[in-house]
Write a protein that binds this ligand. Structure first.
Ligand code: SF4
Length: 429
């Protein structure tokens, strides 16, 4: 099966590089996921044990559905993209589709295409349509329901685009949509109006126009590469883009927003990280949704990125029935810290068209933050934000801890709900 490509380009042109050594074939001691904790530091013999390279589900899935595919192929990100599951009959051979999923998949007009890498498909339950990872990837009929409060572009990104594919909302930052291609499509995607639609191509001409705008706008100090997923571009094309951006003197940092370590960890190769290292200061915002994504492969991908000196943060969307409990979120943020990824944002799900079944109330988000704050390290508590519909930008929300004043004393509620006084009178000058 051929991978979906940007119009006017062959898949080879898009990927444009030879197979590289598969990631994770070496022993990266600081990258072990917790289920590899069989390795005890006081046990020299045990230290020599290899950590699991993959989950048993992935191993069983490969044995059953890809028995003739070599390790080299399976660990090759280009093979993973070229063999994406994007057709209903292919998917039906791998999992038992529910009636609702069958109906959703048979609709001619979907808001965004289906696409799942074989690796990520191995993490999806073949029997349970309610499994969190399955719900994030497999269409359901609920996504065809449009509520009055929903819009295709609730954040008004189009209105804030001075040139095609560049969003300039905040004074000092710009968002550059590099492409509209992802190796896997999240059903709740904020940019479902564009991703997978083959309208945003990583063409030189368009990217140069966007970079000209950035170069002409000295107020911009920070560019976020997003899309689509920028890490679906070849090393060469990314290198070209980052080199050009680095020539803009007022640009301090470049950030890459990507879900690749979760859905296509094979893409994080030593060659990629060697190239990325040349372009520091480079930051990455990773997109992890659920602890089930934190596999040995994802741990190794994050370790390679962290070892390349790239500060890693995670942006997680709060999703009903998927990660909307304190226990699930706690599990996720602990995984992220072990992966050297700082939980950065927890997003209230945007009111995009057909997302009603994914949205929780804001009250639920505040309850989760209250269940984390004080109970886990401060590093593990993300900023909970609503991206204001209408283009107002991110607005942080916190459970209320200020209870008012008693005289000069400010009354504060701690994480256990106990009240304390802080002397808040003006300090002596
Ligand atoms: S990876 Fe990001 S851009 Fe791609 S479908 Fe998922 S949320 Fe959207």
């Amino acid at each position: 099966m051929q991978a979906q490509t940007h119009a006017g380009e062959t898949e080879e042109a898009l990927i444009g590089e030879k197979a590289e050594e598969p990631p994770g074939t070496g022993l990266i001691l600081n990258a072990f996921p917790p289920d590899a904790a069989v390795i005890r530091l006081d046990d020299a013999a045990a230290r020599l044990k290899r950590p699991p390279k993959t989950r048993p589900e992935t191993r069983a899935f490969r044995r059953r559905f890809y028995p003739n595919i070599s390790d080299k192929q399976w660990h090759d990100w280009q093979w993973q993209i070229a063999n994406r599951i994007s057709a209903a009959d292919h998917l039906a051979r791998l999992i038992r589709l529910s009636q609702d999923e069958r109906v959703a998949l048979s609709q001619p007009e979907s808001k965004l295409p289906m696409g799942v890498t074989p690796y990520y498909a191995s993490l999806i339950s073949p029997d349970d349509p309610a499994q969190p990872l399955r719900r994030t990837m497999i269409p359901a009929t609920d996504e065809f329901m449009r509520m009055a409060c929903e819009a295709d572009d609730p954040l008004h990104e189009e209105e804030m685009s001075p040139v095609p594919g560049l969003v300039h909302r905040y004074p000092d930052r710009a968002l550059l949509l590099v492409c509209d291609f992802c190796s896997a499509y999240c059903r709740y995607c904020t940019r479902s109006r564009v991703v997978g639609k083959r309208t945003i191509f990583p063409s030189r001409k368009r990217l140069e126009r966007a970079m000209d705008y950035i170069a002409r706008t000295p107020a911009i100090h920070d560019v976020i590469l997003s899309g689509g997923d920028p890490l679906t571009l070849s090393d060469e094309r990314l290198d070209w883009l980052l080199t050009r951006l680095r020539r803009i003197p007022h640009l301090d940092i470049v950030r890459i927003g990507t879900k690749t370590p979760a859905v296509l960890p094979q893409r994080i190769t030593p060659a990629l990280t060697r190239m990325l290292k040349k372009h520091h200061p480079l930051w990455m915002s990773l997109h992890f949704t659920h602890p089930d994504e934190c596999t040995p492969e994802a741990y190794r991908a994050c370790a390679l990125l962290a070892d390349a000196g790239i500060p890693l943060g995670s942006q997680t969307v709060l999703l009903k029935g998927i990660n909307d409990s304190v226990a699930t979120m706690k599990d996720l943020v602990y995984h992220l810290l072990r992966m050297r990824v700082r939980p950065y944002y927890l997003y209230q799900c945007d009111p995009i068209t057909g997302s009603g079944h994914f949205r929780t109330t804001v009250e639920k988000g505040l309850e989760i933050i209250a269940g984390l704050r004080g109970f886990v390290s401060g590093y593990a508590v993300p900023n909970y934000v609503v991206d204001a519909p209408g283009g107002g930008g991110k607005i942080p929300l916190m459970p209320e801890s200020r209870l008012g004043y008693r005289g000069d004393d400010l009354l504060l509620k701690n994480y256990e709900g106990r009240t304390f006084r802080y002397p808040d009178a003006a300090p002596l000058s």
